[in-house]
Design a protein around this ligand. Structure first.
Ligand code: ZN
Ligand code: ZN
Ligand code: ZN
Length: 260
């Protein structure tokens, strides 16, 4: 294995694409890249498998990719489209009879404790339950040889944890999903990363997500090796949208693997 592999498990917004009951051209498209499960990535390094978020489609994503081992889960925030697959982590605890380390902001871990109270309860410990081992993220931390720098991203009333992953002192990946903008501190933290992944919901303004044009402006400031958009809605057909993007900027799609 190379130093780092990034696997896109899902690249869709909270509805997923196709959207239930929608008959637009993208929802009816037969291009497989227009089928987007809810957003999530997995990072594989020679020593660790790091899962980012567990969306409602997590089980489907695990089966599609044949996943059977995860060392740790890092959460960006606690919106339902990023956490509702949490309970499916139990299978990874069961296979290897182990606890599952989970990382997130105070707010994220508090919300997980509230939503999945049974999983955190010391009283009801059944063998097949997920066994979370939470760590509050309040500064840079390491998982194996990977250094992870968290940055705050505004997302309506929520703050999302943007994640910058470095190895051997080199910025490999900045993963900024679910944000209305990328503040200066986050731009600095990501500057020059090999891969930049950005929230780009659609063309029209949205109060809690970036548009394609806003994401392009962020990419211009970060100056990464290449940029991939994620968390896209059904207004962005893959082939059509990519035609209008500048060099070095692509749309991610479910199942895309990047090896660094
Ligand atoms: Zn989301
Ligand atoms: Zn549609
Ligand atoms: Zn969100």
């Amino acid at each position: 294995m190379r130093e780092l592999e990034i696997l896109f498990l899902g690249t869709g917004t909270s509805h997923g694409v196709p959207v239930i009951g929608c008959e637009c051209a993208v929802c009816r498209s037969d291009d497989p890249r227009d089928q987007r499960l809810r957003s999530s990535i997995q990072l594989r390094t020679p020593e660790m498998v790091i899962q980012v978020d567990t969306p409602p489609d997590f089980r489907t994503q695990c089966l599609r990719e044949g996943l059977r081992h995860i060392d740790a889960v890092v959460y960006t925030h606690s919106h339902t489209d990023h956490v509702l697959g949490f309970d499916d982590l139990r299978r990874f605890c069961e296979i290897e009879d182990k606890n599952m380390p989970i990382y997130g902001s105070q707010r994220t871990i508090d919300d997980l404790r509230r939503i999945f109270a049974y999983a955190f309860s010391e009283e009801y410990r059944y063998r097949n339950y997920i066994r979370p081992e939470p760590t509050i993220v309040d500064g840079p931390f390491r998982l194996g040889e990977t250094e992870i720098v968290p940055v705050d991203l505004p997302h309506g009333r929520m703050t999302t944890t943007g994640l910058v992953f470095s190895r051997g002192g080199e910025r490999k990946l900045a993963y900024f999903t679910d944000c209305a903008e990328v503040p200066d501190a986050a731009i600095e933290a990501a500057r020059g990363a090999e891969i930049l992944v950005l929230d780009a919901l659609r063309y029209a303004d949205h109060p809690t997500h970036m548009t394609v044009d806003e994401a392009l402006a962020v990419a211009g400031r970060v100056q990464p090796g290449s940029t991939y958009f994620t968390h896209m809605c059904h207004e962005l057909g893959h082939a059509e949208t990519e035609k209008n993007l500048p060099p070095g900027v692509r749309l991610a799609y479910d199942g895309l693997r990047l090896t660094l």
